[in-house]
Design a protein around this ligand. Sequence first.
Ligand SMILES: [Zn+2]
Length: 119
Amino acid sequence: MSSEVRDSETFLIKVDSTPSCLQCNGSTLLLAQFPHTWKNSFGQDVSGLREAVLCPSCDHGDPAATELLALYSVDGPVSPENLDVFGGLVAAWVESVRQRSVDEEALNAEFELWKRGEL
Ligand SMILES: [Zn+2]
């Protein structure tokens, strides 16, 4: 069984082997990967991928994550079988992560690593 679920054309959800949380080093519930475009120092649009993890400790204060975490505790882990139930909430969470302002320098560094295959 594949661990990757393509929920739509806009993002990819991974539900097992998710990385540890960057903030608290705890285990995360899911990983979202989505295309992201930003401007480089020359003002050109650069396209890449961004990743976000859902951490039960760090994200429970996030309104978009709260409902998802609540459903998680009722329905258990997100899986390809129950993604329909989670779909809307996952999409809302990904959208909110997307809207978050991003430290461009960190992102550029991340993109460099990603290009070199170190992420
Ligand atoms: Zn965390």
